[in-house]
Structures are given as C-alpha cells and as structure tokens.
Design a protein around this ligand. Structure first.
Ligand code: PBG
Length: 324
C-alpha cells in the first residue's frame, strides 16, 4: 500500500498538524432575546439554558461573554402584544425599549459588535415578516419601506450590523440606500441570503411569541428542496450591496453553505437555529449524546462546510469549552 491515510492520524501531534479546520471563539455570533423592563430573566422552555433577559441582565451577560472572547451579539426583541400592529410601527419608534436598549448596550460596550434583526414578525399582529393584505398576501414592495425605516432607526442607536431576515425581494438595496442617505455608510448588512421555510425555527418563535397567526412563510422563505435558487439569492444580495451572506438553518443545509462559499468572495455565515440547539440539548439532557463533544463537532462541521462565522445559541458554552 502506497497510501496509508492512518499514518497522518497516528498521534495527537500529527493530527493537530494536518488539521484543516479550526474552531475559535472569533467564529461565534451569540443571539440574545431582550425583554422590556428590568430584573427579569425568563427561561425559554424549548431551549434549555437560554433566557429572555431585561437590559440589566443582558448587560451582565454580554460582559461575561466578552470576558470569554465572544464579541458579536445578535439581539432580538420580545415584543408585547400591545405594541403590535399591521405594519410594525413600533419597530422605528425611537422611544421603543429595543432601540433604547441598543443605545445603552453600545454605550456600555463600544468594543462589542452588535447586530440587529430587520423583519416585521416580532412587531406584527399577523406574525409575518411582511405586511399582510386583506387576502392574506404578504406584500413585498410596501414592506420594503418599513424595513428601510426600521434599519435606519436601528442604525441610529450605533449598532454595527443590520440583519435583514425577512426574505422580501430587493430589501438589501432598499436598506443600503436608506442607510447611506441617512449618513450610515459604515453600518454593515449581513443578509439572510438563503433563509429556508424551515420547521427548525419553532423554539425561536416560542421565545418571541412571533409565530404566524395564519398560513406559513412559504411564499417568501425558500423551499428546503432548492439549492440552485440559493445562488440566485446570493448573486442578488451581492449586487445589492450586502457585506456578508448568511445561510439558515445550518446543520441541514451544509451543502448550501458549501455552494455559496464557492460562489462568493464575501464572508459567509450560517445560523445554527433554535431547533438545532433544542435537538442537541434534549438528547444531551437524556444522556443520549455527549453534550460538549456534540456541540463542538456541530460547530466545526458548519465551519468546515464553508462558514466564516456561526450564529449559535451555543456561543457562550462553546467559548467556555474551547477555553478549557
Ligand atoms: C424572524 C426570524 C426568525 C429567526 C430569526 N429571525 C424566525 C422566522 O423566520 O420565523 C429564527 C431563528 C432561530 O430559529 O433560531 N424573521
């Protein structure tokens, strides 16, 4: 035998030397759920160890993460029913608690990189990412105006990255133009480029109470059967001015991460979503999987597929694991 691949696996030193992919704390983006008020921490039933936090507790959480080396956070608001309407007006009301909290967070931790979410669902009585008309149709172009206003309001708080997660056509261009016109030329856009109509978002919708009131998201989020279509989305987002392209979910879409990585020179990210987190945590709690090893293998695999960074609820835990 001329080739004995096992020779390159014979010791820990050799294995480390020929290792192709390395996971580091720089790869993580930690999604956090913000509650109005203070001194509250409400567990998300379907996501063990994940809590919805009021600003005071979130500041503590961010500080702990920064000490572990996690520097990027994606913050989502938990919006009370009383603030919801058909067009998500609360999302760009400067007195809204989410926007005020973002300003506080950036003031306290200017070195942290803060990402926000742009979509109507947390603010909408319909629970959809866009405006719903009387026939149940999700309106594209009318929604773009709201998304642009929302993005500018978020940029005004000093945050670093806008994350449009709505999957309306043309939103990256619309948001880029609105940001530039308002002077926010340095605010980045990480586009949810290939976001699939996935059943893995269930726990997130529990956390935010943002599930669609009727219908599903299949007329705007992508069909899980399609990969070539993801390349069309990637090309569009790039031409429209996106700084980074995201694929979501991650674990069941590694092939999509791979093809987009091959196609673009932009940074590629992947969202290891709530259902993927819940699945691993549930099995680990039952003692059916080794929690620590499975977390690191999962994140490593997403990186190996081509992701430069990973949005993951495991961020803090994985940072601790990597440190030890
Ligand atoms: C909302 C949004 C969703 C997620 C991120 N932004 C849910 C959805 O589209 O229904 C899912 C994140 C997760 O499941 O962890 N636009």
């Amino acid at each position: 035998m001329l080739q004995r691949p096992r020779r390159n696996r014979k010791s820990a030193a050799i294995r480390a030397m020929v290792e192709e992919t390395t996971l580091t704390v720089n790869d993580f983006i930690f999604p956090l759920f913000l509650l109005e008020g203070n001194k509250k921490s409400i567990p998300v039933e379907s996501m063990p160890d994940i809590n919805r936090l009021t600003l005071d507790n979130m500041l503590k959480e961010i500080e702990e993460c920064l000490n572990l080396g996690v520097k990027v956070f994606d913050i989502f608001p938990v919006v009370d029913e009383k603030y919801k309407d058909k067009t998500g007006t609360a999302s760009y009301d400067e007195n809204f608690f989410y926007l005020k909290a973002l300003t506080e967070i950036k003031k306290k931790f200017p070195e942290a990189c803060i990402m926000t979410d742009v979509a109507l669902d947390p603010y909408s009585v319909d629970g959809h990412d866009g405006i719903v008309d009387e026939n149940g149709v999700i309106l594209n172009d009318e929604t773009l105006e709201v998304l642009a206003q929302m993005a500018v309001a978020q940029a005004e708080t000093g945050i670093d990255i806008i994350g449009p997660s709505d999957m309306m056509d043309g939103r990256v261009a619309e948001i880029r133009e609105a940001l530039d016109e308002s002077g926010f030329t340095d605010t980045s856009i990480m586009s949810y480029t290939a976001k699939y109509a996935s059943a893995f978002y269930g726990p997130f919708r529990d956390a935010l109470d943002s599930a669609p009131k009727s219908g599903d998201k299949k007329t705007y989020q992508m069909n899980p059967a399609n990969k070539r279509e993801a390349l069309i989305e990637a090309e569009q987002d790039e031409l429209e001015g996106a700084d980074m392209l995201m694929i979501k979910p991650a674990m069941t879409y590694l092939d999509v991460i791979h093809v987009i990585r091959e196609k673009t020179e932009l940074p590629v990210t992947a969202y290891n979503v709530s259902g993927e987190y819940a699945m691993i945590k549930a099995a680990a709690q039952k003692g059916w999987l080794d929690n620590d090893k499975v977390i690191l293998e999962t994140l490593l695999s997403i990186k190996r597929a081509g992701a430069d960074a990973i949005l993951t609820y495991f961020a803090k835990e994985a940072a601790q694991l990597l440190k030890n």
